[in-house]
Design a protein around this ligand. Structure first.
Ligand code: CP
Ligand code: NVA
Length: 318
């Protein structure tokens, strides 16, 4: 496999990653998935210890990191902010310096994007963003992997995100799709449009890759969609906004009528999970034949493993 030297890189958002680097991670993800399916797992993380910092709850991201590290012979250390000094008694900078002396890499899930950026700046080891209020980059790599498993080459395919267009998942989808040539449409009421600064940043990526970025309140925009994606209407930390969101987003619920509106027979349904059934997605769709959410969740592990292998510099001969 052609190699990119990604040793020492952090993944904070996909904004500073080249499309070929992202495609290399996808290729490595497919390879480690196949290895696992064939029971031929290597011990690439032997002797490596990774810190997993969580300010917010997690099932998939935590388990993806822990199982990926564990099965390749490494040791994950789960640290919730209820247990450590991060940002309360000690500055983020000082915590970063200390963790960087002890761990090979650091995963952070929490509120502020500036925290994960500070950890990367001061720790001296690769830092992986496992979700902040602003971005969820590891998630969308698994989403693209799932799309590739279904359609092969994803260039020119259309992904529609229906829901809260300004949330971390929607914003990360805009970045990765614009880099990889996937047409991305965000359908959302105007109040929840993704910020124009992000769209401006991604427009040159889209121009280069041939992707089209669309933001629209019109659900007819699902026409021709190869995938319809949704996420919870109120993200972690926004629980007080729930009532207003239900009012705004009910017309954007993904149900069988919306799935059929694509006009394609092979449209798939994606969701980062956790899902609130019969809120942002109807139960018949998430449990239906078009749903790929369990593959998507499994792919979190393979993509996270690939990200760690590459950025810890263990990708030689991978
Ligand atoms: N999709 C996702 O990040 O799930 P968790 O919140 O369970 O980690
Ligand atoms: N937007 C959601 C994603 C959960 C994986 C949240 O931030 O809660």
């Amino acid at each position: 496999m052609s190699n990119f030297n990604l040793k020492g890189r952090s993944l904070l958002t996909w904004l500073d990653w080249e499309p070929d680097e992202i495609r290399y991670l996808l290729k490595l993800s497919r390879k480690v998935k196949k290895e696992q399916q064939e029971g031929k797992i290597k011990k690439r993380f032997k002797g490596k210890t990774v810190a997993l910092l969580f300010e917010k709850r997690s099932t998939r991201t935590r388990c993806a990191f822990e199982t990926a590290i564990g099965e390749e012979g490494g040791h994950p250390v789960f640290l919730s902010t209820a247990d450590i000094q991060l940002g309360s008694k000690e500055t983020v900078e000082d915590t970063a310096r200390v963790l960087g002396r002890m761990f090979s890499g650091i995963q952070f899930r929490g509120f502020k994007q500036s925290t994960v950026e500070t950890l990367a700046k001061y720790s001296g080891v690769p830092v992986w963003n496992g979700l902040t209020d602003s971005f969820h980059p590891t998630q969308v790599l698994a989403d693209i992997m799932t799309l590739e498993e279904e359609f092969g080459d994803v260039r020119g395919k259309k992904l529609v995100f229906s829901g809260d267009g300004r949330n971390n998942v929607a914003r990360s989808l805009i970045i990765i799709c614009s880099k990889l040539g996937v047409n991305i449409s965000i359908i959302t009421p105007g109040e929840l449009n993704p910020d124009s600064a992000l769209i401006e940043k991604c427009t040159p990526f889209a121009r280069k890759s041939g992707a089209v970025i669309t933001v629209s309140p019109d659900t007819d925009e699902v026409k021709g969609a190869h995938a319809i994606y949704t996420d919870v209407w109120a993200s972690m930390g926004e629980e007080d906004k729930k009532e207003g969101r239900v009012k705004l987003l009910t017309p954007y619920r993904v149900n069988s009528a919306l799935m059929q509106k694509t006009g394609l027979k092979n449209t798939i349904f994606l969701h980062c999970l956790p899902a609130i059934r019969d809120e942002e997605v109807s139960t018949d769709v998430i449990d239906g034949p078009e749903s790929r959410v369990w593959d998507e969740a499994e792919n979190r592990k393979h993509t996270i493993k690939a990200i760690m292998i590459a950025t810890l510099g263990l990708g030689k001969n991978s």
